[in-house]
Design a binder for this molecule. Structure first.
Ligand code: SAM
Length: 262
């Protein structure tokens, strides 16, 4: 299987019809948004302002984009590099009556082509790592207005004594994973102040992500029963799910909510 075929398979597994494409849940998005908006000059009233501008980086099919649209009157720019996800987001936005406030851009998050200081709020759930946590913070710092706010989830070690099997798995899957204190120090070093830090509940991994993903993996196993290469990819996705089942107390997605200094 070449690189293109592999990407095709990955996108087939992580189909736009999934409820969402990474861990997250509606309550956590609301909680992080509350902490973020409260730090803006007009506080919680910012939600009601049609002048509020939100950027959602790595939006996928838009689970959190639509939640943000539902909780505010903001205009939202939603960025992803896979057009079928953006098409699905547009369909869902139309269904929810918010399409006029959601504009999608199919671009690389490292080069979004957006004006500096043009967003009061920047969001990124389970995606900023694609350009690197620090690099993502730096890129978004430039796009935020002074004292603008940002909320991002990042895969994080939750305890120091991580079992060897788990540590070995992430040594290849996400070797740069670190702990909350280190991420907070990185955030502060990138000229933000911290507003809130909390860990996603474990159900945020299951209900809308791993449970539907497992159903897709079963279907893929049947479809590719005689294709060992594709089955190996399916198995590696299953391994990731099984890892979380065993070690959900050792790592998780942490919501980091921050404000641009200056
Ligand atoms: C784990 S998914 C999270 C999606 C969504 N935020 C959610 O929580 O459901 C990561 C998303 O980042 C997008 N992505 C990956 N690399 C990207 C890049 N370089 N530029 C823009 N988007 C990217 C993927 O297409 C995918 O939709």
């Amino acid at each position: 299987m070449n690189e293109q075929e592999l990407m095709g398979l990955i996108y087939e597994i992580f189909d736009p019809s999934m409820p969402r494409l990474g861990p997250g849940d509606r309550d956590s998005t609301k909680k992080a948004l509350g902490a973020a908006l409260a730090a803006l000059p007009d506080g919680v009233h910012a939600a009601a302002s049609t002048k509020l501008r939100i950027l959602d980086v790595g939006c996928g099919n838009g689970a959190q984009t639509l939640r943000l649209a539902g909780l505010t009157k903001a205009s939202i720019v939603a960025v992803d590099n896979h057009q079928p996800y953006l098409d699905e987001l547009q369909r869902r936005a139309e269904h929810e009556g918010v399409a006029h406030r959601v504009r999608t851009r199919c671009v690389d998050m490292a080069d979004m082509g957006l004006d500096e200081k043009s967003f009061e709020v920047i969001w990124s759930e389970g995606a900023l790592y694609r350009m690197g946590f620090r690099e993502g913070l730096e890129v978004c710092h430039r796009l935020l207005v002074p004292r603008g706010v940002m909320a991002v989830t990042e895969l994080t070690w939750l305890r120091p004594d991580v079992p060897a099997e788990c540590r070995d798995f992430f040594a290849s899957e996400y070797p740069v994973m670190t702990d909350t204190d280190t991420n907070v120090a990185t955030i502060k070093g990138c000229k933000y102040e911290m507003l809130s830090v909390f860990t996603l509940p474990s159900d945020a991994w299951i209900s809308d992500f791993y449970a539907p993903l497992e159903r897709r993996l079963s279907a893929m196993r049947e479809k590719y029963a005689s294709d060992p290469e594709r089955l190996a990819v399916v198995d590696s996705c299953q391994k990731e799910i099984d890892m979380y089942g065993k070690y959900s107390d050792a790592y998780g997605y942490v919501f980091y909510v921050m404000r641009r200094r200056g």
